[in-house]
Design a protein around this ligand. Sequence first.
Ligand SMILES: C[S@@+](CC[C@H](N)C(=O)[O-])C[C@H]1O[C@@H](n2cnc3c(N)ncnc32)[C@H](O)[C@@H]1O
Length: 279
Amino acid sequence: MSSIRQKLAIILSIGFLSTVNVQAHYGWLDYISDNWEIAKGMVRNPTEVAAFTASSPRLVSHITNLVYSHMANTLYDPQAKGVNFNILEAGSASGSMTRGLTDLGDEIKKEGNLAGIRLDSVEYLKLLYEKLKKNVQENNDPAKGMVVKLHCADISTWQRPTDKDGKPIQYDVIVSTIPMTRLPKPMITKILDNYLKWLKPGGKVIYISLLGAETLGKFVKSCQRCFDGGRAITTYDGKMTLINEWKHKNFSEKTSIVWLNLTPMLVYEITKIDKKKQD
Ligand SMILES: C[S@@+](CC[C@H](N)C(=O)[O-])C[C@H]1O[C@@H](n2cnc3c(N)ncnc32)[C@H](O)[C@@H]1O
């Protein structure tokens, strides 16, 4: 019981601290409610959820700032004239990050060269999707600001929506918080192929990983070696190699750290190499 109280106290403190200096509609009360939903999801579907806590307001603010600065760069790019800025969120859970991303609609409406902003949020688990629908308002009308669509689907088999010309939407940014290394390898391959195909040249994937995961991984590996003769290590290493090869072949990379999150997170911002500009 005391460990539950301790956990609650830690969540409350991090939630409170992480809202300091954060200007977002996502406050610490939302954070507590999202933690409750994620914990329920985790108990029922540990492989897919793979987290006991939701993104803290500070992590949400950090990631939305990264999206915002890419959007601001695109805004006055003459080549972007008349096009939409499209954001895809994979693994929305009950909507901690989604709420932050919808705030961007207020920041930049139809200004500069952009025709509009669109957000597609995809969540696999029905339980969390139902909560997401309560927390985030869908909007189909571009005249009312950001177009927001929520989807209950598996991102590896999801069919992208089409634009007004009937072409599948291409994304400027993909914010991915699905626990990639927990998924089966064929599914990871499918998701990585999708991300690459769905991004515009110069587009970004933003994803997170536990700070210190590598060190922790090495420790877990040495423990597992005693139990299963190294099978789990080979599987994990195989997945990491797949992800790293995909990343290094197609993207340039920047990382940053968010300390005020349970647990602290390493944020990867990887940019799809624009082969035409490179030649
Ligand atoms: C760590 S949680 C996401 C946390 C949330 N974005 C936040 O900011 O608090 C991972 C989420 O990814 C979802 N997920 C896992 N596999 C998925 C898949 N193949 N397609 C879509 N969502 C998936 C899980 O159901 C879970 O809600």
